[in-house]
Design a protein. Structure first.
Length: 92
């Protein structure tokens, strides 16, 4: 795998990230929650970040994105920007 396509939801606290993760596990659509809650401009696109290779994202984010299986949603991942929920939508 040289590239991953991922979406994410960025929030300020781990508590908020866990609340959203529980909603996703209960059937809420990741993209809808990203549009409503993500503090990243990508939220407008349902959190879609497009394809990226190694070295293009901050390390904690990249490390998780490259090990998730397609369709999986991560537990909260902390970076200097806040807490992310990451969903891998494709790999190539």
């Amino acid at each position: 795998v040289t590239q991953v396509r991922a979406s994410h939801i960025l929030v300020k606290s781990e508590k908020d990230a866990n609340k959203l993760l529980n909603r996703i596990k209960s059937g809420a659509k990741f993209e809808d929650l990203a549009r409503k809650h993500s503090q990243c401009p990508s939220g407008k696109k349902g959190g879609d970040l497009g394809y990226f290779g190694k070295g293009q994202m901050v390390k904690p984010f990249e490390d998780v994105a490259f090990v998730l299986n397609k369709g999986d949603v991560s537990n909260p991942v902390q970076t200097q920007f806040g807490f992310h929920l990451i969903k891998v939508t494709d790999k190539r």
